[in-house]
Design a protein around this ligand. Structure first.
Ligand code: SF4
Ligand code: SF4
Length: 383
């Protein structure tokens, strides 16, 4: 992308990085053209501006859902000399923005080496769990059958599980909260109320802007499909159901004195099974959709980050479902160690991988909802 800001129509504005300069150039071209204004939220938000600060461009990059429709529709896309490729430019700018907002700062580089970081963290976590089990007990415990309430805690005490996973979860929440704060400051600390948050949550929950203006996402064969949105829904709602399962199990344990594992018809198992199926089917579908995607749209440098996160979700679902099916057999100990290791690594890497896209995109939608409301009320120019 080096030097691309010197292509036809380039602006002379100074930006922190070459990709932001390129995004500025493209937004200036698009602002003159406006052919794509009905496709998504990015173009209407762009039209509210005449110039673009780094914060504006990071906002627009995170508002983009990467459907590819504006590339397929563009009369200035390569080989035209204007070389307009909004989806890929926004994808790279978006990926770079994740590192920019990262907390702690020392870990910002993980966004560049994410696939490797996830694999190493996962392998280390599984090894520690298995070694911890074996060291804590007679190694035979790991390969024995355990049944009835409290069976899992014969391998690892419940309080240890809560302490270790609670710490990893709190770290993930703190790191993402700090990242969200940095993003909000960068995009100008817009004022936003419950109405904007509600609108953004509604748009994010439906993936309203991942539909390419109504036809679906673009693929290499130029036949748009809605499969990315469907598989993304399966993944996202599967993840939420797994979280709900864990929350209900926590209530069972502390408020009702009922210890896991629970019967198959009980709420934590039903929620966990549905969620597990979602985070198996969704990532498989998204990985397959990646193969069909037009390479011109893809940020190849961060492909490992996307794939790493999807593989971690897939492993979480597979190990969780295997544990459910085989929990009354001697395989339970090893499967529990594997599942806990994968989930622990997933928690630790949440703030340093693809998961953060949902956070920044939702915040960008909050700002967009605010801007739309101000325009509707005739107060454009306020923030
Ligand atoms: S992407 Fe191309 S067609 Fe769409 S607004 Fe920009 S310049 Fe125009
Ligand atoms: S890729 Fe899709 S969401 Fe992104 S700017 Fe283009 S049309 Fe909008």
């Amino acid at each position: 992308m080096q030097g691309s800001s010197e292509r036809a129509g380039a602006t002379l504005t100074t930006h922190a990085t070459p990709i932001l300069a390129e995004a500025d150039r493209l937004m200036t071209v698009c602002n003159s053209c406006r052919y794509c204004e009905g496709l998504c939220a990015v173009f209407p938000a762009m039209e509210m501006r005449r110039s673009f600060s780094d914060g504006d461009l990071n906002y627009l990059a995170n508002l983009c859902h990467g459907c590819g429709a504006c590339y397929a529709d563009c009369q200035f896309s390569p080989p035209h000399e204007f070389h307009v490729n909004v989806p890929r430019t926004m994808a790279i700018a978006r990926g770079e923005s994740y590192a920019r907002y990262a907390w702690p700062r020392a870990l910002a580089g993980l966004f560049e080496r994410n696939g490797l970081a996830i694999s190493l963290a996962c392998a280390a976590a599984v090894t520690v769990f298995v070694a911890g089990f074996v060291a804590w007990h007679d190694p035979a415990v790991l390969f024995a059958s355990h049944e009835g309430p409290g069976a899992f805690y014969r391998l690892m005490p419940h309080n240890w599980m809560v302490g270790i996973f609670g710490a990893a979860f709190l770290y993930a929440v703190l790191a993402m909260a700090m990242g969200a704060r940095a993003f909000w400051v960068d995009i100008g600390r817009p004022q936003a109320g419950l109405r904007e948050v509600g609108q953004a949550a509604h748009d994010a929950a439906r993936l309203r802007y991942l539909d390419g203006g109504g036809v679906g996402c673009m693929n290499e064969d130029e036949k748009p499909t809605d499969s990315r949105r469907v598989y993304h829904h399966l993944t996202f709602y599967g993840f939420l159901l797994c979280f709900a399962s864990t929350s209900v199990a926590t209530v069972y344990h502390y408020m009702m004195g009922m210890e896991a594992p629970y019967p198959w018809y009980d709420l934590p198992v039903l929620l966990g099974t549905a969620g597990g199926l979602g985070i198996v089917a969704g990532p498989i579908g998204l990985l397959a959709a990646k193969k069909r995607r037009d390479p011109a749209l893809v940020d190849r440098e961060r492909l490992g980050m996307d794939v790493g996160f999807l593989v971690m979700l897939l492993l979480t679902g597979l190990t969780g479902l295997a544990l459910l099916v085989l929990r009354a057999t001697p395989a339970m100990g090893l499967l529990l160690a594997l599942h806990l290791g994968v989930v622990f690594a997933l928690f630790l890497t949440l703030p340093h991988g693809k998961f953060v896209h949902g956070l920044y995109r939702t915040l960008a939608l909050v700002r967009y909802a605010r801007e739309r409301r101000l325009i509707a009320e005739g107060k454009a120019g306020e923030t």
